[in-house]
Design a protein around this ligand. Structure first.
Ligand code: FRU
Length: 481
């Protein structure tokens, strides 16, 4: 595409694959992320969505249905296998969500401090418009998990009826931190798993027999730890197998670049400008702006045993140093394109975690390459794949404190997760002041060669059924009990 006057050119990325164990880390550069503003319309009336319809999630109606009256629901994932197939187990679709009690006396913004993993089930091929998800309760017994708060992860069906629930074991030490939502003693974070059993009968799905194992804590070298930054991120494990490396199991997760907060220095490669670009930023100026505080990465680890109880860190596959501080809930989505596997790394991020001088929306970002470790090409040249309607000409805001002058749907949805067929599910946060805590209408993106487009022929003007997470693979029969 032709460059936008006044904006720099994006970085060049080969998409070339590297050995997953090698130390090549792809960079989502400032030059790349600057394309978000280059592609945004600077002339819209204040508060109107300024982004291309190709990357804008259609508007969620204010009168959205509540998925469950007892619990708020946010980050959600399906039961999957090692190839990201979504599994129907004995005739039931099963999903896992972070949940928090709706009537426990705290608000939706306090959910992180009170998070548990819950699950829902419904008949495979149910009518998503009329058949509600049945709430099964918490997956783990009270007090059973490692840590005192359960954050996001993924669930894999293993041999027989065994399941591995990978999760973030977060431990808060401070009642003030928990109740006030921040400002107290920083929590610990570990990546853990629980091996247990799934059961299904004509009444639905249950789980039991979980054994919890701590898998990884940040090493402080490749992945920042709490001593280096109380606000570190180390969470959201997702495991998978790579057809290019049979017999190995990998995990991607959210991390930050190792080192003491504030000591990172932005490098020319983090900026990624083309030589002689008249619209390039000056490295010293970027460093003086404090952009070095934002050091997100997407981590990679490899399992050392078949039980998936022992893991080793590998270098991060993506860094966003001096661009953004959080690349959350990463996932690897493999798509056959022209007889060849294209690897898409998807990750969610916020507007408030961008570095100084950068601006982008809450949404899901994507990167395309020829392997799990590759010189990833940011989707649509910028990285942005799908976002909530936002006027990017106005300053960034946080979901806790939106202002009325912005688009009332800038935080309509978050935690977008890309499923087979390009279906993207997410949770509703704030629609024109109406708080969510329930699953969004699923939308569909079509993508190929790193270019994506919201499919507005899907559902009603692009909005599919609420909480539509269909399965694509049956295990254990069709469930005729
Ligand atoms: C994304 C997220 C995850 C984390 C969870 C905590 O919405 O921030 O990174 O696991 O929410 O509630």
């Amino acid at each position: 595409p032709a460059p936008t006057p006044g904006f720099p050119l994006p970085s060049t990325h080969s998409q070339q694959a590297y050995d997953p164990a090698s130390d090549f880390t792809s960079k989502w550069t400032r030059a790349d992320a600057k394309q978000i503003m280059a592609q945004s319309d600077s002339t819209v009336a204040p508060g109107v969505n300024s982004m291309s319809p190709d990357v804008t999630m259609p508007e969620i109606p204010e009168d959205f249905p509540t998925m469950n009256d007892d619990v708020w629901v946010w980050d959600t994932w399906s039961l999957t296998d090692e190839n990201a197939n979504q599994i129907s187990y004995k005739g039931w679709d099963v999903i896992f969500s972070l949940v928090a009690d709706r009537d426990a006396g705290y608000g939706f913004d306090q959910r992180h401090w009170n998070a548990r993993i819950g699950y829902f089930f419904r008949k495979t091929n149910a009518d998503p418009a009329t058949d509600k998800w049945n709430y099964g309760g918490h997956v783990f017994a009270d007090g059973a998990s490692i840590g005192n708060t359960e954050w996001s992860g993924s669930t894999r069906l293993m041999q027989g009826n065994h399941v591995n629930v990978f999760y973030t074991a977060t431990t808060f030490y401070d009642v003030a931190e928990r109740n006030a939502g921040g400002g107290g003693i920083a929590p610990d974070a570990a990546i853990a798993k629980a091996l247990g059993n799934i059961h299904a009968d004509q009444n639905g799905v249950t789980f039991d027999g979980f054994t919890h194992t701590k898998l990884l804590e940040p090493d402080g070298e490749m992945y920042q730890n709490k001593a280096q930054n109380p606000g570190f991120a180390f969470r959201d494990p997702y495991t998978f197998e790579d057809p290019a490396h049979p017999g190995k199991t990998y995990m991607v997760f959210e991390g930050n670049t190792g080192g003491t907060r504030g000591e990172y220095e932005c490098k020319a490669e983090d900026l990624g400008y083309q030589p002689g670009d008249p619209n390039a930023e000056n490295l010293n100026e970027v460093n003086s702006s404090g952009a070095y505080y934002q050091t997100a990465n997407v981590g990679l680890a490899v399992a050392d045993n078949k039980d998936l109880t022992k893991w080793s860190f590998l270098p991060p596959i993506l860094s966003a140093n001096c661009v953004n501080d959080q690349t959350e809930r990463p996932q690897i989505f493999i798509q056959n394109e022209g007889g060849k596997n294209k690897y898409y790394l998807f990750t969610i991020s916020h507007q408030f975690t961008y570095a100084a001088g950068m601006r982008g929306p809450d949404g899901v970002y994507g990167f395309a390459g020829d392997g799990i470790r590759s010189d990833y090409q940011p989707m649509n040249n910028s990285g942005l794949a799908l976002a909530s309607p936002t006027d990017l000409n106005l300053p960034s805001e946080s979901p806790e404190r939106p202002t009325p002058s912005q688009n009332g749907r800038q935080f309509q949805a978050y935690s977008h997760y890309v499923q087979p067929g390009g279906l993207v599910q997410s949770f509703i946060d704030n629609v024109n002041g109406v708080r969510g805590g329930s699953l969004s209408p699923t939308v569909k993106i079509n993508f190929r060669d790193g270019i994506s487009q919201v499919d507005r022929t899907f559902g009603q003007n692009g909005l599919g059924p609420f909480g539509y997470l269909p399965t694509n693979l049956n295990v254990g029969g069709a469930g005729h009990y």
